[in-house]
Design a protein. Structure first.
Length: 311
């Protein structure tokens, strides 16, 4: 099969992912495309049939043999796992569409990941400093919303006013896999959203978050604009360490866990498909474990008289 034909199959596969709602983000589609391009180059360079299981195995093996860009070192296990997961998904699609009768993806397994380090999050103090540094109603409202909901950047930027229920202090966000869930926010955030709404177009179908004016017309806020705003506020507030929106999401999982929110509840609030992912976000350090140990230990506050009686 020619490389051009394989590339056509890949583009059709990516179109199916997008149309079927399996992948919503254009960035994620591009991420899939970049990883599958390496497979196309490998097939063409070695003159292999991409619809054979052996080709999948050889390609997976080649990922262990270093980078293609000439830089020293091997591909990390995390990157290699991403390449293989994308390839397996493509293999499933090929079989489902009738392009092959073989289970191409069954012949390779993603590498096991080492134990992940604790998540990197912005501290409560850092969040408070950035919120205090805001001057615009929009900036204050969006930071408070991030703090209270732990939403992904795409979920926040995808909101319209029809998704917001101020009376019940909640919002309906659409996450990965086009799955909707309800998130909640505090009275402080309610008031900030109410004040901000008066400064921007707020019809039922209007976007919630707006960027700078382009001439006389306002533009919906996008990822680059949100990142620039948060960077500016982090520098102004002299926040050290992580400050971006994902660091606020990590902080949400962290501090909700420290407040004894059950992991199963937190999973639904954060929109995780797997509870294992929630457990990563809700990492507990030694200080947290020590505090919990002495809070729940049944012997720590045992009456001395009872202890003697038991002897």
């Amino acid at each position: 099969m020619q490389q051009e034909k394989l590339q056509e199959l890949i583009e059709t596969h990516l179109l199916h992912l997008s149309v079927n709602g399996d992948v919503e983000s254009k960035q994620t589609i591009d991420w899939h495309r970049r990883r599958l391009r390496r497979f196309v180059r490998f097939v063409g360079r070695n003159d292999l049939d991409p619809l054979k299981a052996d080709t999948f195995v050889l390609y997976a093996s080649s990922l262990r043999q270093g980078r293609q860009d000439g830089r020293p070192g091997n591909i990390s296990v995390y990157t290699r796992r991403g390449y293989i997961q994308v390839l397996r998904q493509f293999g499933r699609w090929l079989r489902k569409q009738g392009h092959t009768q073989d289970d191409l993806y069954e012949s390779i397994k993603p590498p096991k990941l080492p134990r992940r380090p604790k998540p990197k999050f912005i501290t409560m103090e850092g969040m408070a400093k950035m919120i205090a540094a805001t001057e615009k109603p929009r900036d204050r409202a969006i930071l408070l919303f991030l703090r209270d909901t732990g939403c992904r950047t795409s979920e926040v930027l995808g909101l319209k006013w029809c998704d917001l229920d101020l009376d019940n202090q909640s919002a309906l966000v659409t996450g990965k896999g086009n799955k909707a869930r309800t998130v909640f926010f505090t009275q402080e955030t309610h008031d900030a959203l109410h004040d901000y709404r008066e400064t921007v177009p707020n019809a039922w179908t209007d976007w919630m978050w707006w960027g700078q004016k382009n001439g006389q017309k306002m533009r919906p806020l996008r990822y680059k604009g949100l990142r620039s705003m948060m960077l500016r506020l982090a520098e102004k507030a002299e926040v050290v360490g992580r400050w971006n929106a994902h660091a606020w999401r990590h902080a949400y999982g962290r501090y909700m866990t420290r407040s004894r929110c059950p992991t199963r509840v937190l999973q639904d609030l954060m929109g995780h498909a797997s509870i294992e992912v929630t457990m990563i976000y809700s990492y507990l350090d030694d200080c947290d474990l020590r505090e919990a140990y002495f809070e729940y230990n049944p012997y720590e506050e045992e009456d001395e008289e009872v202890a003697h009686a038991a002897v």
